[in-house]
Design a protein around this ligand. Structure first.
Ligand code: WTA
Length: 677
């Protein structure tokens, strides 16, 4: 059975409330009724190729494709023979249609600075930066790592790579030097794009310093391009040290100049290279299956997987899903609060909305800076119409209190969305009531880094919502719930969620590891994509996601592998063995609890703190354990497998036998349970 986060499962199982779209919303919606949705879905399910072929006419084709889908399980080729370009679809296409003056990005910096870029301006910046990359010897197929704050230049860098066929690998700004080096090396990156510093909650993150540390261990990287983000603002005096910097603490430069080390012949300032760059850079016609990006995500083994997405299918899938799910209208102001370091930022800050020609809001900083009303101030300021955020943020807003929300005029909002983890019905109701003023439908979107775009979600003008359910599959997506033998379960029963037909946005592989791709996603249930989630489908055909089937944690909507955390801990000289498990957490969804056995060191509070910092340094702040328990032994099965289910129970306080600070008392229990694991 699926594991339950804080009793969420039980609440979700009993949920019966139904919220149909208002007649007014439905009337103006792209897809206006359940009948319309059902027709679209069954047309797509009946003739997948014809359905996507029709949609594909919305992309620009330098050369038409020969076939819609070539499927040699588990390898898909979508639109083979065709040539297109994602940067062209996001930019040039709108300029050609005379829409160059429309705002593409409304950007808000954390300190309160702001910028806006029209499609014409964004196009110009992207062309210039693409020429900068070319000038640095970056060619089609080369890998470029991007480690930046949420500034327009991050989107510019991504689109510039796409323009010339370079493959970007965006690394979330909270990752450590070690994690950056691992990703650079796995992808054999030639270039890293970063910034001097980043802002986070009023403090400064030393991004370039972290990159320097990573570059010492990244032999393939020849060039580093550095955006002057913080140094240029002259804001040094207000900032003191680093807030949640993943590794090095304060750079101690608060009172002086914000200087960074620039290595001669390797490091270049963004603004200096841009000053001389030509704005003439036609998009390269790229094969449909030309790689667009790699994005690393955690799996159930230690090494992060480089999920590979390619050009045409991904581009089409994120454009269509953006338009359907967010019921896109030309005058929308769309704000997806995700960082581009995650897939949500790739698909619904950059490629989806921009290829639809939308105006997006991009925000650099924390939701509680300078105070807990920041998100609502931004919604009011930019008159955001569609807000897409994460349940973990919603839980924080609930905790901070309604008054921060109510201080602002949120009447511009017409639609709300969530992503990253299940939303418990109480949080859903709060979002509906307090943020949405009971007038905005909520789209709870289920998808993954691997799926490229949204797979299941209500279509807001058509599908009545149930709090806690991602409702139904989008057109072109055919899910099924199976048991451990791969057989479909009885309706209403829980099981593994699989996708039975290829879809254009699907991952094309794991970078450099074909075997792992086959093994992880296609071997346990032959012929079907194994998502890694447990789910249940109710008698109305609504899907309810019930948590992971593997050892992947979901901490604040971010995927973390328990094994990755354990490897980080064991790399500390004091640690003999470690086991990491998730435990329910009111704000983060899941928190990281670890059980550690020591070599010779004494179990002190200082050591506990040191180990937390160690994990932070090895992986990043997001992986820092919340609880560390020292124990003289870990409960194991006879074959030596750590009994994670028992540890999860202990971490969650579900076990009441004995003293939970030591595992000794569980040795008997462990034996009894051995057969279950
Ligand atoms: C979980 C994020 C329940 C799920 C786009 C999935 C969800 C993993 C939902 C992917 C949702 C995402 N309801 N669970 N609406 N959305 N998840 O790759 O476990 O960062 O497998 O992609 O998050 O996380 P990833």
């Amino acid at each position: 059975m699926a594991k339950s986060a804080g009793g969420q499962l039980d609440t979700v199982m009993q949920e019966t409330r139904l919220f149909p779209p208002s007649a007014e919303f439905a009337k103006r919606a792209r897809i206006k009724s359940m009948e319309e949705y059902q027709k679209l879905w069954s047309d797509a399910a009946t003739d997948n190729a014809a359905f996507w072929a029709e949609a594909a006419s919305e992309l620009h084709w330098f050369q038409p494709y020969d076939t819609v889908l070539e499927w040699k399980e588990p390898f898909a080729k979508w639109f083979a023979g065709g040539k297109t370009n994602a940067s062209y679809n996001c930019l040039d296409k709108h300029l050609e249609a005379g829409r160059g003056k429309k705002t593409a990005i409304l950007w808000e910096g954390e300190p309160g600075d702001s910028r806006s870029l029209t499609y014409e301006e964004l196009h110009r910046e992207v062309c210039k930066f693409a020429n900068v990359l070319k000038g640095q010897g970056i060619e089609q197929g080369d890998r470029v790592s991007i480690y930046m704050p949420m500034v327009p230049e991050l989107a510019i860098a991504m689109l510039a790579c796409a323009r010339i066929g370079a493959i970007h690998s965006v690394i979330f700004g909270g990752f450590s030097a070690e994690a950056i080096a691992d990703r650079n090396n796995d992808a054999q990156a030639k270039c890293v794009i970063t910034a001097d510093f980043g802002w986070r909650r009023g403090k400064i993150l030393p991004l370039k310093e972290t990159v320097d540390e990573a570059l010492a261990k990244s032999p393939t990287v020849k060039t580093c391009i550095v955006l002057e983000r913080v140094g240029a603002t002259g804001a040094a005096s207000g900032a003191t040290g680093s807030a949640s910097a993943p590794q090095s603490q304060s750079t101690g430069k608060a009172s002086g100049t914000l200087a960074v080390h620039m290595e001669h012949g390797r490091d270049y300032w963004w603004h200096e290279l841009m000053a001389n760059a030509s704005a003439d850079c036609p998009a390269t016609p790229l094969d449909s299956e030309s790689p667009l990006f790699i994005l690393y995500t955690s799996g159930s083994t230690g090494k992060p997987k480089g999920i590979l997405h390619t050009t045409a299918g991904y581009n089409l899938f994120v454009k269509k899903t953006f338009e359907w799910v967010f019921d896109y209208r030309d005058d929308d102001i769309f704000w997806c609060t995700a960082d581009c370091g995650w897939v949500t930022g790739h698909s619904y800050v950059v490629y989806g909305p921009l290829s639809a020609g939308a105006t997006v809001v991009m925000y650099e900083g924390a939701p509680n800076f300078p105070d807990e009303g920041r998100f609502w101030q931004i919604v009011e300021k930019y008159k955001v119409t569609v807000l897409y955020t994460a349940p973990t943020a919603i839980r924080a807003f609930i905790k901070w209190g309604d008054r921060h929300v109510k201080k602002h005029d949120l009447s511009s909002l017409r639609l709300l969305g969530t992503v990253g983890e299940g939303i418990n019905p109480e949080a859903w109701m709060w979002y509906h009531r307090v943020v949405g003023g009971e007038r905005c439908p909520i789209v709870d979107t289920w998808w993954q880094t691997e799926t490229g775009g949204i797979m299941m979600s209500p279509l807001p003008g058509a599908i009545p919502t149930k709090p806690g359910s991602c409702t139904k599959p989008l057109p072109g997506v055919v899910p099924e719930i199976v048991d451990e033998l791969g057989k479909p379960v009885e309706p209403g029963h829980g099981g593994w969620l699989v996708i039975t037909k290829p879809w254009p946005g699907m991952l094309r592989g794991i970078w450099g590891d074909e075997e792992r791709y086959k093994e992880v996603y296609w071997s346990k249930v032959p012929g079907k994509y194994l998502a890694g989630d447990n789910a249940r489908c109710d008698s109305d055909g609504y899907y309810w996601i019930m948590g992971r089937i593997d050892d992947v944690l979901n901490v604040s909507g971010h995927r973390l592998s328990t094994i990755e955390i354990e490897s980080a801990l064991v790399s500390h000289p004091a640690v003999a063995e470690a086991a990491a498990v998730g435990r329910p957490d009111e704000l983060k969804g899941e928190a990281v609890a670890v059980f550690v056995t020591l070599r010779e060191a004494k179990p002190t509070d200082e050591l506990r703190e040191e180990l937390k910092q160690h994990v932070r340094k090895e992986i990043g702040a997001l992986a820092q354990p919340d609880d560390i328990r020292f124990t003289s032994a870990l409960p194991k099965t006879r074959s030596g497998k750590i009994m994670r289910r028992l540890l999860r129970d202990i971490a969650a306080g579900r076990e009441t036998v004995g003293d939970t600070t030591t595992l000794e008392d569980y040795s008997v229990l462990a034996k009894i349970r051995e057969d279950e694991e």
